[in-house]
Every structure is written in structure tokens, then in C-alpha cells.
Design a protein around this ligand. Structure first.
Ligand code: G1P
Length: 297
């Protein structure tokens, strides 16, 4: 079984759900506590053993590339001020030289098209995809868990979670087949089905391990839901030639593309951080208490 060395992180989306913040700032640079959303995806990929990250960017996203580069002026200022902790923090987050690539999706033709844009850099090997809007929260990152199942099954593996049956039209939904501990075989995939058409309530939560044959299928540029080139449709085609497995995530994914998910993620990560946990907990508790009292009145 071939090792998964590369991960594709699509960051070309416009972030219209976060206007006006995203008018000039890429949504992937919004912060959860003190780290940009995209850093969480990179940390999760590295934890899972990924060696090279391919960002699929778009216009107005240049600041993401700057973020993964050295900032000599800033480092110089920190050095003169003796702020060694901050220097170490920046050094720890700096990717190894040559381990990050950037390619552009020139037009917003869909997630499948964005992933296809990475085909030459990925080449002929299995690879991971992480949708950075979906931020993994748990003891082990979602991709590391997904990789565990890949180590058993090979093939294609998707991370899934269960959604409320009335929410299937928000996601890609998979059909559940035989158990393959700690997951199951996928029998089919549909992008954003109405609840009556959904094969289950297991939704694809934004972590994929895919075989390179997907690129040929994505290259057909067939349009699907929302008139976009959908990765789910290409995977459904690939399922006719190769097995797909699902790994239910044991942690929790926050949808940071939505306002409420983003705020929830900030609270969850803040409460998980020893340095600020206590100072944020009390005011949150007070606010919750006030809100409860208002509701009861
Ligand atoms: C994309 C995928 C969908 C998946 C979802 C997870 O949809 O197409 O299959 O369930 O991400 O967030 P989008 O959120 O881009 O509409």
C-alpha cells in the first residue's frame, strides 16, 4: 500500500458567508483564538504524517502564501525586544522549505475542479484532501484517524459524521455497507440529496484519502449539484472501479464556514487552552446565566 505523503488544501473560496470580514481578508485567515483557520488544517495534516501540502488558491489569497513564509522584519523586531517565546512560536509553525506548494484555481468552478488543479503537483500517488472550513476538534485529528483506517484497507477513505436526517441537503452523503472496523464500506455517494433521497445520514465531513485515478474523472469536468464540478460525483464514478471506506470521526468537526460554527469553535478551543481557559470561562458562564434568566422571564 502506497503511503499518503501529500495533502491538498483548497483555499480559493470567496467566503461570502463572512462578509464584510472577507471582503479583503481570506476566510481561511480568520482566527480561532490566535491561529488562522488554515493553520489548524496544516497542523492536522502534519499530525497525520503528511509531508507536502498543496494549496489551491485564488485571487486575493496572496496573504496565505505570505503567512507560510518568513517575516524577517517581524523576527528582527522580536529579537531586539528579547521576545524569544514569540520567535520560537513562529519557528515552530514555519513549514520545512520546499514542503508547501501553491497553485491557482482561476475560476470558481467547484470543489472537484479545485482538487483537479493540484493534479500535476500530486502526481501518481494517493493523497489527502482537507477542507479547511471544517476544523477538527478532538484528542486525535480527523485526518490521523482516517489514515488509520487507510492503513488497514488501502483504497479510498472518507471521514464521516452523522447529521440530523433533515440536514442531508447541506452535505455529501454516503451509503453504509458492511462494517470494516473502525468504519464501513461505502456503497454510494450523493452530493446534497434531499432527505427522502439520502442513502443514510452519514455525511462527508471534509477529510478524504483518494487514489490518483480520481484526477482523470475530475478532468471530464462534468457539472453536478449547484452546476459545479463536484468531487462527490467523481468519487461516485470511481466507486465503480475501486473500493471506498468511511471512518466515523470520534471527535467533533466545527463548520467554520458558518458564523455559529466559527463562534462555537472559538469557545471550544479557548476552553481547551490552559493559558486562557479560566479567564474566558467565567464571563461565558455569566452570559449564559443572563441569557437563561432572560428566556425564563
Ligand atoms: C463540500 C462537499 C460536501 C461535504 C462538505 C463538507 O460541500 O462538496 O460533499 O459534505 O464540503 O463541509 P460545501 O460545504 O463546499 O458546499
Amino acid at each position: 500500500m502506497k503511503k499518503v505523503r501529500k495533502a491538498v488544501i483548497p483555499v480559493a473560496g470567496l467566503g461570502t458567508r463572512f462578509l464584510p470580514a472577507t471582503k479583503a481578508l481570506p476566510k481561511e485567515m480568520l482566527t480561532i483564538v490566535d491561529k488562522p483557520v488554515v493553520q489548524y488544517a496544516v497542523d492536522e495534516a502534519l499530525e497525520a504524517g503528511i509531508e507536502h501540502i498543496v494549496f489551491v488558491t485564488g485571487r486575493n489569497k496572496a496573504v496565505i502564501e505570505d503567512y507560510f513564509d518568513l517575516q524577517p522584519e517581524l523576527v528582527g523586531t522580536l529579537e531586539r525586544a528579547g521576545k524569544t517565546k514569540q520567535i520560537e512560536l513562529l519557528e515552530d509553525l514555519m513549514p520545512v522549505a520546499g514542503s508547501v506548494s501553491f497553485t491557482r484555481q482561476q475560476a470558481p468552478l467547484g470543489l472537484g475542479h479545485a482538487v483537479w488543479c493540484a493534479r500535476d503537483i500530486v502526481g501518481d500517488e494517493p493523497f489527502a484532501v482537507l477542507l479547511p472550513d471544517m476544523v477538527s476538534f478532538g484528542k486525535t485529528g480527523c485526518l490521523a484517524e482516517t489514515m488509520e483506517l487507510y492503513g488497514v484497507t488501502g483504497g479510498n477513505v472518507l471521514a464521516v459524521e452523522q447529521c440530523h436526517p433533515s440536514d442531508t441537503a447541506k452535505y455529501g452523503i454516503v451509503g453504509r455497507g458492511a462494517d470494516v472496523v473502525p468504519g464501513f464500506e461505502i456503497t454510494g455517494m450523493v452530493e446534497k440529496p434531499a432527505p427522502a433521497e439520502a442513502p443514510s445520514n452519514y455525511y462527508i465531513n471534509g477529510r478524504y484519502i483518494l487514489q490518483p485515478e480520481i484526477f482523470e474523472l475530475l478532468g471530464r469536468h462534468e457539472r453536478g449539484a449547484g452546476n459545479e464540478i463536484q468531487i462527490t460525483d467523481a468519487m461516485e464514478h470511481l466507486l465503480k472501479q475501486q473500493p471506498f471506506y468511511a471512518r466515523p470521526f470520534t471527535g467533533r468537526m466545527f463548520d467554520c464556514g458558518s458564523k455559529s460554527g466559527f463562534i462555537e469553535a472559538n469557545v471550544a478551543f479557548a476552553l481547551a487552552r490552559e493559558d486562557i481557559r479560566d479567564s474566558v470561562f467565567e464571563p461565558i458562564r455569566e452570559m449564559v446565566g443572563l441569557r437563561r434568566a432572560e428566556q425564563a422571564a
